[in-house]
Design a protein around this ligand. Structure first.
Ligand SMILES: [Fe+2]
Length: 149
């Protein structure tokens, strides 16, 4: 179920956004593991669409709803939230490059750059998982607390 901005005021829905992103990471890892000979080109192109849609929407939702609530509850979180916002931008830039690289690889009948694409995919999902672990273990409980007060 997609995480729409209007329904992410509920911590359970924020948790669902994190789950969706973790699922994307699993799919990115499966894509990397399939290179070069077991590549499912249709699934790869579907994944690029999902990556752009889900990642961008979850980030904007987090920044528009979760971050302001945390900042209001405790202004000392500002430095952490700014770092997380920067990580969102960096991961989106990297995801955009990955989407372009996957599309180019699918279109290339020679499939020459499998190792390079695999490295890009692994760098992306490792970075995303690191960020999501912090969101889940630190940001989500903090957000729960703001909802209790
Ligand atoms: Fe985040």
């Amino acid at each position: 179920m997609p995480c729409r901005e209007t329904d992410c005021t509920n911590p359970d829905t924020f948790d669902a956004c994190l789950e969706q992103q973790l699922h994307l990471c699993q799919q990115l890892e499966a894509l990397a593991d399939s290179l070069p000979s077991k590549l499912d080109t249709h699934a790869a192109m579907m994944l690029t669409d999902q990556l752009r849609t889900v990642l961008w929407r979850c980030h904007r939702t987090e920044e528009a709803i979760i971050f302001p609530a945390l900042r209001m509850a405790d202004p000392r979180t500002m430095t952490i939230l700014e770092r997380l916002r920067q990580e969102h931008l960096e991961d989106e830039d990297h995801a955009s490059d990955v989407c372009d690289a996957v599309t180019a690889f699918v279109d290339d009948t020679n499939r020459k750059n499998a190792a390079e694409l695999g490295y890009m995919l692994r760098c992306l999902f490792v970075s995303l998982r690191r960020h999501l672990a912090f969101d889940h273990d630190y940001i989500l409980p903090l957000y729960f607390r703001t909802r209790e007060t």
